[in-house]
Design a protein around this ligand. Structure first.
Ligand SMILES: Cc1cc2nc3c(=O)[nH]c(=O)nc-3n(C[C@H](O)[C@H](O)[C@H](O)COP(=O)(O)OP(=O)(O)OC[C@H]3O[C@@H](n4cnc5c(N)ncnc54)[C@H](O)[C@@H]3O)c2cc1C
Length: 325
């Protein structure tokens, strides 16, 4: 009978992104002693110790030329082969661009139900898993129960706590026997985006600017606050569309979904499409000159004022506090 959780993890050169550890910690809580991690690509083996440390009981590494470049159909076929060997009850994927591409393909091939972008996965009274996911652009949360025997979940980054377990993961050898020449599509090159100091989806603090910043050169004011706080920079869509900031800054329904501890919305009105990307933030701090701006309804803390006065004063204060600490 199928049991345990297969956690499908993206790594680069042995470095696992934090969401991988978040998924493992969650899986270990839900299926103690029955967690298998699956990683692909060059350097996968180097991640063995860290995967065990955060909750993997066993690991499957798929390395070699077939997995050198990401392929939607090739990797999906490979996951299905691993599922045949491991026979898990459920699969976890990260709700990142990578996981959002892979999870639905795997679910389709397995005939399994899929709950995407989950903020919570829990054991129901009947022993099966259930999940919570945002709907209506983050205005509401739905509890989801999947009826298919096998279930696929993608997990939103930065929500689940990580827990170290110090276990030594066993290596499980599975060879899906695939060849890259069989794959219909593959990624041939990856270009690092310029200007993004910290990965937004993993950032603990984000300083984000909107049209209220008025000109590209004015983003220096926000960068100064971000640097004082050790924060990542983000933006509303129009300023990214205008080319004031890199497209990688764009947050919202059509951009990145973020879940930092603190999100500073500076000169951002709070349109529903922007709120869709920030509803997972623990605290939202709004700085806006218009007291009726909708962002204040979503914010935990609000400052009504001119950002060009408020933001430098805030940066100064943060530096003072850090100096004194
Ligand atoms: C299909 C669709 C998808 C979309 N997807 C996204 C998305 O993913 N992300 C996104 O962000 N938007 C998205 N949008 C656009 C969205 O509807 C809003 O138009 C956009 O979010 C507004 O951006 P803004 O808040 O920067 O600008 P504005 O709405 O123009 O707000 C600027 C704010 O700055 C304030 N301000 C002005 N001067 C100052 C000052 N000196 N000090 C302090 N505050 C000041 C103003 O009071 C105002 O509230 C989408 C729209 C559509 C139709």
């Amino acid at each position: 009978m199928a049991s345990g959780i297969l956690v499908v993890i993206n790594q680069e050169g042995g470095r696992v992104r934090r969401v991988g550890f978040e998924m493992l910690s969650l899986a270990q809580k839900l299926a103690p002693g029955q967690v298998t991690a699956l990683t692909f690509g060059d350097g996968a083996e180097q991640s063995k110790d860290s995967l065990g440390q955060y909750g993997a009981d066993q690991v499957v590494f798929l390395s070699g030329s077939a997995y050198h470049h990401y392929s939607s159909d090739g990797f999906a076929d490979a996951v299905v082969k691993v599922v045949e060997g491991v026979d898990p009850e459920s699969l976890f994927f990260p709700a990142t661009a990578w996981g959002k591409d892979l999870a639905p393909r795997v679910a389709g091939l397995l005939g399994a139900g899929l709950a995407s972008d989950c903020t919570e996965v829990y054991r129901r009274d009947d022993g099966r898993l259930g999940a919570v996911r945002p709907i209506y652009a983050g205005k509401a949360f739905a509890r989801v129960a999947i009826d298919s025997p096998r279930q696929v979940y993608s997990i939103r980054p930065n929500i689940q706590p990580v827990a170290e377990t110090q276990r030594a993961a066993a290596v499980l050898a599975i060879d899906p026997g695939l060849d890259a020449s069989q794959f219909q599509a593959r990624v041939v090159a990856v270009k690092e985006s310029q200007g993004e100091q910290l990965e937004l989806t993993e950032a603990d603090i984000i300083v984000s600017g909107g049209r209220g910043v008025k000109a590209p050169e004015n983003f220096k004011v926000l960068e100064d606050l971000a640097s004082a706080l050790g924060a990542a920079m983000g933006s509303s869509r129009p300023v990214a569309d205008e080319g004031w900031v890199p497209h990688s800054y764009h947050i919202g329904q059509t951009g990145k979904v973020v879940s930092p501890t603190v999100y500073f919305a500076v000169g951002i009105s709070g349109a529903i499409q922007h709120l869709a990307g920030i509803s997972g933030s623990k605290y939202i701090v709004a700085i806006n000159s218009d007291p009726d701006a909708p962002i204040f309804k979503a914010a935990n803390y609000g400052i009504v004022g001119d950002l060009f006065k408020v933001v430098p004063a805030l940066a100064e204060e943060v530096r003072h506090i850090k100096q004194d600490a």
